[in-house]
Ligand binder design. Sequence first.
Ligand SMILES: [Zn+2]
Ligand SMILES: [Zn+2]
Length: 325
Amino acid sequence: MALTRFGAGRLEPVEMATPGAAAGEIVVRVLACGVCRTDLHVVDGELPHPAIPIVPGHEIVGRVESVGAGVTTCAPGDRVGIPWLAWSCGVCAFCTTGRENLCPRARYTGYQVNGGYAQYAVAQAAFCFPLPSAYDDEHAAPLLCAGLIGYRAYRMAGPGTRMGIYGFGAAAHIVTQVAVHQGREVYAFTSAGDTGAMRLAREVGAVWAGASNEPPPAPLDSAIIFAPVGALVPEALSRTLPGGVVVCAGIHMSDIPSFPYNLLWEERIVRSVANLTRADATEFLSLAADVPLRTHVRTYALADANRALGDLRDRRVTGAAVLVP
Ligand SMILES: [Zn+2]
Ligand SMILES: [Zn+2]
């Protein structure tokens, strides 16, 4: 299922030759592929310069079919995860200082490199990961972006106990379980009246769930914003204590309205989180093997990719949507 025109807002079924593996690459049969909000931004033309046509999907659980020359980290028959970071240069000032997530030459799965809304996918072996065996294919898929990049956002939020999470979808429901496991209190903010998201938040351990314009029962040490809504930045800042951190975790957000300086005063911090490093993936997948996390998924056939994207766009998905070819 491919985006064949920039900003088309929907995917078309496309027939492509089954790919082969060049040196350093693997070919996988796709077992499951998560549907991420970033895919929606690509399909809706909110991110610049996608490859066209492009097969979206960067939460790929695949079975290795063949490996190219020089691949020693996995073999045919292995189950691997393929995440958003498809390749980074390895030699620039970012890559050589542990920040390959910021590599200016990086390429991303389902954006510049064909992703997992397909029967087969090709990936660089060095950017794939073994997955914890406790998770079946469809429940493992959301770990690969919602989990990984959600976890990076979580780490950037600092050590405070009370954490707010704005936008309670796939990433939030995983991050909440990590936070609770590590002794934090999670306050979940959803769209007003989204009782499904509020119920999921409480189910996975949030101590409070309410609408995003409501005051939490106690001031927050930090907040993570997963919803692509810029107005939530001053809103979240207004709920944090001095020294509070507000992390914007999405790749795209509507404009942030201007706000009085006193919301930022007292050493509050606003920051974004971009992409992932392979070290993030290793650390998070090891944590996911230990906790273990319960991912809530709704599965769709590959041919129903547009329906899955539509359900995500219109907030009809509670938890994570996953395509199963
Ligand atoms: Zn680089
Ligand atoms: Zn994603």
